[in-house]
Design a protein around this ligand. Structure first.
Ligand code: SF4
Length: 128
């Protein structure tokens, strides 16, 4: 049987790239949706990039780290790794068949698609 960490939603931290494209904003929207659905807590990737000590400490205390990147440039993943964090769950929006474009208004069904994908994976791992 797969081992489960039994994290609560506040111990699951979600870091979207929140980039300047449809897929970056879909990553952002999916993080909001996951947070609103009690699947984790939207956290500030910029604080990690800026090595803000309080944010780094809060992240160290997290039980599960989730990163969402819009595209293969993988800014969220690289930022987390640069700060020394290993990501537990990860997705690139473009890997789910969503094409990158400059539209900053995220398509709601695409946001749902990414949130649903991660919801299943987070549930499996955490048991929530
Ligand atoms: S991963 Fe892609 S969409 Fe996200 S910030 Fe980087 S370049 Fe932009």
């Amino acid at each position: 049987m797969e081992e489960k960490c039994l994290c609560g939603p506040t111990e699951i931290l979600i870091f979207p790239c929140s980039g300047g494209s449809n897929v970056g904003q879909i990553a952002n929207g999916a993080s909001i949706k996951l947070t609103q659905n009690g699947m984790g807590k939207f956290f500030c990737l910029a604080g990690i990039g800026g090595h803000v000590s309080g944010m780094i400490e809060s992240t160290k205390a997290g039980k599960m780290l989730v990163a969402i990147d819009g595209c293969p440039v993988a800014c969220a993943k690289k930022t987390m790794e640069h700060a020394g964090f290993n990501i537990d769950e990860y997705v690139q929006v473009t890997d789910l068949g969503i094409e990158k474009n400059p539209d900053l208004n995220p398509n709601l069904s695409d946001v749902k698609k990414v949130a649903n994908y991660l919801s299943t994976r987070i549930s499996k791992r955490s048991g929530i």
